[in-house]
Design a protein around this ligand. Structure first.
Ligand code: HEM
Length: 125
């Protein structure tokens, strides 16, 4: 459902599954270092988050994975994530990609896939 214009998937351009695992590991460390974002995660099962987020990224970038987690609405509803905090979370994801040596051009492709999902996650009273 994504990236039908290009024959090479963003999944492949990222460097496949091991790179996604690296991005997710870095992202978790970034979350743990950020008091504002960590507040949302303090009761979360980090191993479930690691597995489900890896699947989610793999699937949505065109990789050979199935996403077995809950919908973005279901997961993030009720957390009352503000737009500011959402953007802060995206910054942490960008840090995680830098640390995994993902080139800028590919980072932008990743963001183009995930940022449009923001409306499913941001709390709008
Ligand atoms: C592009 C942005 C984001 C994506 C693609 C995303 C995706 C996901 C996925 C796939 C999961 C796992 C779902 C499951 O366990 O079934 C998850 C969980 C979670 N997300 Fe996000 N997320 C994003 C942004 C954010 C932001 C900005 C926050 C907080 C500020 C946040 C807070 C959480 C929390 C706390 C959980 C764990 C829920 C639990 O413990 O049950 N997410 N997210």
């Amino acid at each position: 459902c994504v990236n039908q214009m290009s024959s090479v998937s963003v999944y492949k351009e990222l460097g496949g599954y091991p790179k996604i695992e690296q991005i997710v590991d870095n992202f978790i460390i970034e979350i743990e270092k950020d008091p504002v974002i960590f507040e949302y995660f303090k009761e979360s099962d980090v191993e479930r988050f690691r597995t489900k987020l890896t699947e989610h990224i793999c699937f949505h970038t065109g990789g050979p994975c199935k996403y077995t987690g809950d919908t973005m609405e279901r997961v993030h509803d009720g957390m009352n994530i503000t737009e500011t905090d959402f953007n802060r979370g995206v910054d942490l994801l960008i840090n995680a990609m830098y640390q995994a040596d993902i080139p800028h051009r590919i980072q932008n492709k990743m963001l183009a896939i995930f940022v449009p999902m923001r409306e499913q996650m941001i709390y709008r009273p």
